[in-house]
Design a protein. Structure first.
Length: 138
């Protein structure tokens, strides 16, 4: 039997947690789980945008949040299967890519599958990236 849980882990600030669950967890028969993380933007614990307009700094913050959400479910960045990125300017791809390479490049290991899309805007002024992640746990 498959069990699904919608979650905002208490160990991670969820400034928008009253509007949506940050993690959808599907527990699989025989153990393990599939984790689908909602789109994350670079905000501090109070919901304020971190480094408005700076794709590199925002990418670092987003993956810090993603890492904490994964850790709360027994996973890590090494367990990421897929990343979907929404960017307001594809010209920021080098700054974003530098952060991704630092976090996901390891000898003998392929980086996660991914899709990157340019969008006209995000819901918070100053936010230039939003990242959704699918990962496995256990």
């Amino acid at each position: 039997m498959v069990k699904m849980t919608l979650d905002n882990p208490g160990s991670v600030a969820a400034p928008f947690g009253d509007r949506f669950a940050h993690v959808a967890r599907i527990d699989l028969p025989g153990g393990g789980a599939l984790l689908q993380l909602a789109g994350q933007v670079a905000v501090d614990d109070a919901g304020e945008v971190v480094a408005p307009g700076d794709a590199g700094a925002q990418a670092a913050r987003i993956f810090e949040i993603v890492g904490a959400l994964l850790k709360a479910h027994g996973a890590s960045l090494a367990d990421v299967l897929f990343i979907r990125t929404f960017m307001t300017d594809l010209g920021d791809l080098p700054a974003y890519g530098a952060v991704r390479r630092r976090l996901f490049s390891a000898p003998g290991r392929n980086p996660p599958a991914s899709t990157t899309v340019e969008v006209s805007g995000l819901f918070l002024p100053g936010a230039v990236l939003e990242v959704e992640v699918t990962a496995v746990a256990g």
